[in-house]
Design a protein around this ligand. Structure first.
Ligand code: FAD
Length: 323
């Protein structure tokens, strides 16, 4: 049933209440309502040519708007923002990516990796501006630029906000189902209400949350198994892995990349000129995380070694050799 938002679940009568007049009865229920774009409270958000990106229609609208724009401002230097800027460049745009942080992709990269990536993007004509704390989208009816809290101004006639997502929790809120930042589930992906499960962007487990497809499919599988045969599957975690390809730049970031204790060993190789950056994080000579920028082969190697979880002391020194 398309175009039929559900807004509440009557957990006593086991009924799903939606905008249609058909109230759906269920024996077992999965909530998989995903997430929505998070938009910081900038002034001037209502102006023409200010967009977010979530759906195909959003993407098509933005593509049309790029055609008439002189310069595009992408707010947010995460995966979505960078991919978007690269796509804009491809269709003839002049994008600038602004971020309040001092680095790109804080979830996937460290400071050194970020500066290698920023340099590569700039070589491809995508400007990157760090430390820009956005305040106001300027212009009368149409957007004409973006001003920071410090008073710096960027001129641009298309603004796309890609500053992250928030889980959809309204159904949980309306139905007495426990939620925090996302809907809370146990290791069976069951919510605080028996017989109601959740999977994907809308749920969190044990303080873990990821807004990526591997998380959605892994949690959905566990939920499905338990909905058919309760207790048959338990969720543990996933090894978060992000693969990004922007204008020909391969970036893969897997597992632990920001280790927080001296028990980890870190190996790094940087070649800014050629846009290459590699990092390996080891614990007791086992690879537990890594970053590969600029080489698909190294990315595959790191991924395979992380999955195997074996002792790699004998190949540590040659880990970043692109063979
Ligand atoms: C532009 C973009 C690019 C992305 N690229 C990648 C990528 O390259 N790799 C990656 O791993 N991840 C990517 N992601 C993230 C990925 O799309 C999500 O993690 C994934 O779609 C989550 O799946 P989901 O089923 O939980 O939610 P969704 O795919 O968001 O599906 C939720 C569905 O629920 C519906 N819904 C919402 N509220 C209600 C309601 N009240 N009643 C009924 N229906 C409702 C929505 O309309 C939607 O159809 C990207 C996301 C975006 C926006």
């Amino acid at each position: 049933m398309l175009s039929t938002p559900v807004f509440q679940i009557d957990t006593d009568t086991k009924t799903v209440i939606s905008t249609s007049q058909d109230y759906g009865r269920y024996d077992s229920l999965l909530i998989a309502v995903g997430s929505r774009p998070f938009v910081p409270p900038f002034e001037g958000l209502h102006k023409n040519n200010v967009h977010v990106i979530r759906t195909l229609d959003d993407a098509l609208d933005i593509r049309d708007a790029v055609k008439g724009a002189g310069r595009e401002i992408v707010v947010g230097g995460g995966i979505l923002g960078i991919e978007l800027a690269a796509a804009m460049k491809e269709v003839g745009g002049e994008p600038i990516v602004v971020d309040n942080d001092d680095r790109l992709l804080p979830e996937q990269l460290d400071a050194q990796g970020s500066s290698v990536l920023a340099k590569q993007l700039e070589n491809k004509g995508i400007q990157v501006l760090f430390g820009f704390e956005g305040k106001e989208i300027t212009g009368e009816e149409d957007a004409t630029g973006f001003v920071s809290k410090q008073g710096d101004q960027i001129v641009g006639d298309l603004v796309v906000i890609a500053t992250g997502v928030r889980s959809n929790t309204i159904i949980a809120k309306n139905s007495g189902i426990k939620f925090n930042k996302a809907i809370e589930v146990d290791e069976h992906m069951q919510t605080s209400v028996e017989g109601i499960f959740a999977a994907g962007d809308c749920m969190e487990y044990n303080n873990q949350w990821h807004g990526i497809i591997p998380w959605a499919t892994a949690t959905a599988r566990i939920a499905a198994q338990n909905m058919l045969d309760f207790g048959s599957a338990k969720f543990e975690s996933i090894t978060p892995s992000n693969q990004l390809k922007v204008a020909g730049i391969d970036l893969t970031s897997i597992g632990v990349i920001h280790p927080d204790s001296p028990d980890y060993e870190i190996l790094v190789s940087v070649d800014t000129e050629n846009g290459k950056y590699f990092k390996a994080v080891l614990k007791d000579d086992v690879l537990v995380g890594g970053i590969s920028l600029g080489s698909r082969k190294i990315a595959l190697k790191l991924r395979s070694l992380i999955m195997k979880g074996e002792n790699i002391s004998d190949i540590k020194q040659t880990l970043f050799e692109d063979v």
